[in-house]
Design a protein around this ligand. Structure first.
Ligand code: ADP
Ligand code: ZN
Ligand code: MG
Length: 482
């Protein structure tokens, strides 16, 4: 067993997020996911000679949004660079990226909770184009290339080596994804490849001033996968150093199915890419007015929203945290609360029944079919005594597929609570008449029989008697002062 306390872990993450712009970054092709292979391509993104790229303004705006949300300085002057390398899914033989003049620099995001938060530095955020996709079919000699993804805008977000554990790295990714989704600029779906993460990792003795040699990890396809791969690589590095070896700067591949790290290639230094300014695109400038305009239109971001939910709706911190985890849920909550004027109860419904349905179905709130107004209507039926709380859950589940008015759903399921006291009196009298002994004992002071009676009344009314009215009726009919 190796003792992890003897080593300090240092991690920096490079995240690539596909921007959800309508079209690609340097041509007019649609950048949608899942279209038939090579159906969203043109001479520009196919890398034909003689064509010229034209910068998609929206991708720049999206990049600025991300930079502002991550507390970066936004460049007033920025330009693209050619990163030269050969790969079959990149027909130009180079990638248009940014090198010396990135769009955003020197930012940070907070991870952890309010009382225990930590700043993780953002070194830079830059724009680049995605490559195509090579497809290697099993047992076939040839490979195929799909260029639909070539030229889709990517945001590369590089963190400082500020992360100190796989768990912190996981938290950082969750936070990053939350921000990008709040901004509405990326789906951040790791399975579909719209978010990719490379991890850089080294270890050193606590107190050392210098960082150790780092290795790079690729090919993780979930946030948990990143966490697991980092644990495996930490173990490997510790074992290497403790057995007298040295860490070599390499790029490794994570193999999810075996849970093993495989060496891919010796890491190339940045010189190998022969970066130079992209001659086909003019440098671009961004003035403060444009930045201010974008800033003014940023949505309220998670941390601010959470604080506001606590102060405005008097919610507990942990509830506000859950309700602001996604912008969609937060908006649903506010819409519901505006109608019900009952933040606490609205929060409970969302964290309870609504979350249960979302989790079970594996869907997001945007795909949830019960609109806030209908849920509010259901909640009103509970608060005015028309249905019991337990019946409300049954009605709610029915409303997922039955879009008729809430009242009709309740009617259909026969769950309307009996609240008419003369009707309830009749049932109570019957229960008393058929249990004379118990009635006598209850009258003469055996108070614990009350619960038993209410149970009998609920049974006789098939669960529909309003329990409070049934209670009153019982005591009234037996002449007991309650
Ligand atoms: P490279 O020259 O290999 O591209 P960079 O200095 O540009 O390296 O950093 C790339 C990423 O690696 C960044 O996210 C950075 O935080 C991280 N990083 C740099 N040095 C280390 C280190 N010694 N240990 C862990 N991560 C590191
Ligand atoms: Zn194109
Ligand atoms: Mg670098």
């Amino acid at each position: 067993m190796t003792d992890n306390k003897k080593w300090e872990v240092v991690i920096g993450l490079e995240v690539h997020a596909q921007l959800s712009t309508e079209t690609k970054i340097f041509c007019g092709c649609k950048s949608e996911y899942g279209a038939p292979a090579n159906s969203r391509i043109c001479p520009v993104c196919m890398g034909m000679p003689g064509v010229l790229p034209v910068l998609n303004r929206q991708s720049v705006e999206y990049g600025i949004k991300a930079g502002l949300a991550m507390n970066c300085e936004i460049a007033s002057y920025s330009r693209f660079a050619r990163k030269n390398y050969f790969y079959p899914d990149s027909p130009k033989g180079y990638q248009i990226s940014q090198f010396e003049e990135p769009l955003c620099e020197n930012g940070f995001i907070n991870i952890g909770t309010d009382s225990n938060s930590k700043k993780i530095g953002i070194t830079r955020i830059h724009l680049e184009e995605d490559a195509g996709k090579s497809m290697h079919e099993p047992n076939r000699p040839e490979s195929k290339v799909d260029l639909n993804r070539a030229g889709v805008p990517l945001l590369e977000i590089v963190s400082e080596p500020d992360l100190r554990s796989p768990e912190e790295s996981y938290e950082y990714l969750v936070k990053l994804k939350q921000l990008l989704r709040y901004l509405g600029i990326s789906d951040c779906n790791m399975e579909e490849g719209s978010l990719r993460c490379d991890a850089n990792i080294s270890i050193r003795k606590p107190g050392d001033k210098k960082f150790g040699t780092k290795t790079e990890l690729k090919n993780m396809n979930s946030f948990r996968g990143v966490e697991k791969a980092l644990h495996a690589e930490i173990k490997r590095q510790i074992e290497t150093l403790e057995s007298g070896g040295t860490i070599v700067q390499v790029t490794n591949l994570w193999d999810e199915s075996s849970g093993e790290i495989k060496q891919m290639r010796a890491k190339e230094g940045s010189d190998d890419y022969r970066y130079f300014p992209e001659p086909d695109l003019v440098p671009f400038t961004i003035d403060q007015k444009q930045i201010n305009g974008i800033k003014e239109n940023l949505p309220e971001l998670p941390e601010k929203k959470m604080d506001r939910f606590v102060s405005e709706y008097k919610l507990k911190d942990e509830h506000a945290l859950v309700l602001t985890a996604s912008r969609g849920v937060a908006e649903y909550f506010e819409e519901l609360t505006t109608i019900t004027e009952d933040p606490k109860n609205s929060a409970n419904w969302i964290m309870g029944n609504v979350s249960r349905v979302l989790n079970d179905a594996g869907i997001s709130i945007d795909e949830f079919t019960v609109a806030p107004a209908r849920l509010a209507e259901l909640m009103k039926n509970v608060s005015d005594g028309s249905i019991s709380i337990s019946a409300a859950r049954t009605v709610f589940d029915e409303m997922l597929t039955d879009e008729s008015p809430v009242g009709s759903v309740i009617e259909k399921l026969g769950l309307k609570q009996m609240s008419d006291s003369s009707e309830i009196d009749k049932i109570v009298q019957e229960v008393i008449d058929s249990n004379p002994d118990e009635a006598e004992r209850y009258k003469s002071g055996e108070a614990k029989l009350k619960g038993w009676f209410v149970g009998q009344i609920m049974k006789a009314s098939h669960g529909k008697a309003n329990p409070q009215i049934a209670n009153e009726s019982l005591d009234r009919l037996l002449n007991i002062d309650s």
